[in-house]
Write a protein that binds this ligand. Sequence first.
Ligand code: KIV
Length: 273
Amino acid sequence: MAEIARRIGVPDIRAHKDGVPIVCLTAYTTPVARAFDAHADLLLVGDTVGMVLYGMSTTLAVTLEMMIAHGQAVMRGAQHACVMVDLPFGAYQESPQLAYRAAARVLSETGCAAVKLEGGAEMAETIRFLVQRGIPVCGHIGLMPQSVQAAGGFRTTGRKQDEAEKLRADAQAVDAAGAFAVVLEGVVEPLAAQITREVSLPTIGIGASAECDGQVLVADDMLGLFTEFTPRFVKRYADLGAQIGPAAAAYAEDVRQRRFPAPEHCFGVRKTR
Ligand code: KIV
C-alpha cells in the first residue's frame, strides 16, 4: 500500500532547533504552493502579499480577508509543508482577545497550522494568550514592516547597543511566551547568531545570519518576479519576471499577424489533404 506522507506539523518545525535548518518560503497562490511544497518545510502566507501581488507600497493596508483568501489558496496547493499565515496590521495589536478572534478565523477558515505576528516584549502577553488557547504562534522581531511608519523606513536593526539589548530581550520574551519559532528580519549578523544561541525556540532569518535555525525568502524576490526593490539580503534563484514581457510581445505579434490561433488551437477545423 502506498505510504501517505504526513504533513509537517508545528512540533516538527520546533524540533529543527540546532538541527538541519528550516527551509521556509513565502507563498500566496495555489500553483506556487504546489511547486514549493516538496522542497519547503514551512510555507509562510506573508502579508508581503500586499506589496508583491497587489502593488501596495507597505503591508499596512492588507486585510484579514485577504490573508484568509490567500491562506486558503496556499492550503489547496500544499500537501506536505507546514503552512502559517500572517496576522495583518490592525487585526491583533489592540488586545489578546482581538488577536484570538483573528487567529481563530485564520486557522478555522484556512486549515493552516499557525499564525505569525510582529512584535517582541510588547506582544508577549498576546502570544501567551493565543498559545494557551491552542493557537501556535510564530513571532517576528527586528525589522517589522507593520511598524514601518514608526521606524521611519525598512531599516536593519541591532547595530546600536540599546537596539541590540532590546532585540535580545524581545527574543527572550517571545520565547518565554511560548512561540514555536521567531523570524529575525534585518538583524545584524553577529546579533542574530547570538540571539539564536540564547533562545530555546528556532530562529528563522531573513537578512539575519546563516547561524539562524532556518531561513525564509519572499518567493517573488527569489524568483525575480518582484523587482521594484531588491534588498541586499535577497538571493535571486530565477529571473521569471524577465520572461513575461517577451512572452506578451510574442503573443501580441502572433495575434496581429494572424498566426494565433493556429488550426491546432481551434475546434472543428476541416483537415485538407
Ligand atoms: O510577510 C512576509 O513575507 C514576512 C517575511 C518577510 C518574513 O513576514
